[in-house]
Write a protein that binds this ligand. Structure first.
Ligand SMILES: [Fe+2]
Length: 134
């Protein structure tokens, strides 16, 4: 499993795009671990790191939205909350059950889907607004 960055994911905003690329690197570190290592402790650690990076990245976007008085702020914020909640749910399940394989496989598919969809549906729209309101 691998999250692949492609040009259709580029929003044109330098800050957002560089953080998205880094996000994909963290996702891949997580995928690498579940594919090759199957080590519960490392899985928990890489997922914990990924969750922290996601929060940091969403925080950056939310600040950009506030500063530029983005009209779809609420909708975008809500999309972030849903992703963070789902991630936290998976993280807790992973710690509780110790069943690394089932949860991480599921999470691997979901992660890729959430982020690709989120970028296409929300972040590209935000970058467009930022460009027009710079
Ligand atoms: Fe976003």
């Amino acid at each position: 499993m691998k999250a692949t960055w492609c040009d259709s994911l580029a929003s044109g905003n330098e800050t957002i795009d560089s953080q998205h690329k880094e996000l994909f690197e963290h996702m891949n570190a997580f995928f690498d671990n579940i594919t090759h290592t199957h080590n519960h402790e490392t899985t928990v650690r890489t997922l914990n790191f990924l969750v922290k990076y996601v929060r940091y990245h969403f925080g950056t976007e939310e600040e950009l939205m506030r500063e530029s008085e983005y009209p779809h702020f609420k909708e975008h914020l809500n999309a972030h909350r849903i992703i963070v909640d789902k991630l936290m749910e998976c993280y807790k399940d992973l710690i509780r059950s110790g069943n690394t394989e089932v949860i991480t496989e599921e999470l691997g598919v979901l992660l890729q889907k959430w982020f690709v969809e989120h970028i296409m549906d929300n972040d590209i729209k935000l970058a467009e607004h930022l460009k027009n309101n710079a």
